[in-house]
Design a protein around this ligand. Structure first.
Ligand code: IPM
Ligand code: MG
Length: 354
């Protein structure tokens, strides 16, 4: 298995280092793993003048899977848009055709009190957000900032989805639901936006192929509300790129910390890029206090979805469960009576548990 390792910016390098420790344990146990590192985001810009250097893209395309930390730092905010770290991330997603973004929100029972919601609202939460990742207003043309005849500036972005884009992400959601509680909630804004009216129609057509799955529809504003009101009503939620971006951050907080949530971004053949759902957190970068568990759990997802090695995926997830049960906590999930550890300390604890 060849893994392209892209640490990126901010806390990216320190959290990825912990995931690499985990991979090294698997390697020592006899798994054939080859890792190669390359810069992306601001690190790519600093090294090669491009947030997605050609060599990084080539390595990622040729690898079996990609492990990514995070991209972005305030110091790049004044660069032209095409040179900014986020553009590197969007280009690798698009370039590798990683259209299916899976963002599970799973609550570890011991962390119920770390959530800002009442424990009874979130206890037992196990939700999968399936976010379309290569279309929508993120990529739609025309886009840009232009100057009108009267001299006023106008910003333009375009929300677009064609049928096949909707159908392929819908299939992923239905297939995942078949392995879970057989419920799909499709989130749209069909009362206002034609793009998502089509989204809803295609989901309804697709549902005919999955008679066992119960399909429901929800407007995105209501979904945002229901996620904090009664999140356990959801099993699989499927939505477009922008709504999924927003709702997945919201869902992450149900679990206590966004620092716990992994993600997978897959193409048609289950090749994938794996990254924590959270960002680069430049404010805490280099302090060895970030939570590496989302990145470590992303490695578990890599084994589950790309390498189809469920036993190893379970082994990594069980190690994480164990360190949580043992009381190890980084600052973001720390509560009275638990043991506060650093980012590398948490990595060491997972290695010991493995
Ligand atoms: C995410 C992030 C990215 C996105 C940014 C960094 C471009 O927020 O992965 O959710 O908007 O998709
Ligand atoms: Mg986001």
């Amino acid at each position: 298995m060849k893994i392209a390792v892209l640490p990126g910016d901010g806390i990216g390098p320190e959290i990825v280092a912990q995931a690499v420790k985990v991979l090294n344990v698997l390697k020592a146990d006899g798994m054939k793993i080859e890792m190669e590192e390359a810069p992306i985001g601001g690190a790519g810009y600093d090294m090669a003048g491009d947030p997605l250097p050609e060599a990084t893209f080539k390595l990622s395309r040729e690898a079996d899977a990609v492990l990514l930390g995070a991209v972005g730092d305030w110091k790049y905010d004044s660069l032209p848009r095409d040179d900014r770290p986020e553009r590197g991330l969007l280009r690798i997603r698009k370039g590798l055709n990683l259209f299916a973004n899976l963002r599970p929100a799973l609550l570890y029972p011991e962390l119920a009190s770390a959530s800002t919601l009442k424990p009874e609202v979130v206890a037992g939460l196990d939700l999968m957000i399936v976010r379309e990742l290569t279309g929508d207003i993120y990529f739609g043309q025309p886009r840009g900032i232009t100057t009108l005849e009267n001299g006023e500036r106008e910003g333009i972005n375009t929300m677009r989805y064609n049928e096949s884009e909707i159908r392929r992400i819908g299939r992923i959601a239905f297939d995942i639901a078949m392995k879970r509680n057989k419920k799909v909630c499709s989130v749209d804004k069909a009362n206002v936006l034609e793009t998502t009216e089509l989204w809803r129609q295609v989901m309804i057509e697709l549902a005919k192929d999955y008679p066992e799955v119960e399909l429901s529809h929800m407007y995105v504003d209501n979904a945002a509300m229901q996620l904090v009101r009664a999140p356990k009503q959801f099993d699989v939620m499927v939505t477009g790129n922008i709504f999924g971006d927003i709702l997945s951050d919201e869902a992450s907080m149900l679990t206590g910390s966004i620092g716990m949530l992994p993600s997978a971004s897959l193409d048609e053949n289950n090749k994938g890029m794996y990254e924590p759902s959270h960002g680069s957190a430049p404010d805490i970068a280099g302090k060895d206090i970030a939570n590496p568990l989302a990145t470590i759990l992303s490695v578990a997802m890599m084994y589950r979805y790309t390498f189809a090695d469920m036993a190893t995926a379970d082994r990594i997830e069980n190690a994480v469960k164990k360190v949580i049960a043992q009381g190890y906590r980084t600052g973001d999930i720390w509560t009275d009576g638990t043991m506060r550890v650093s980012c590398s300390g948490m990595g060491d604890a997972v290695v010991a548990a493995l």
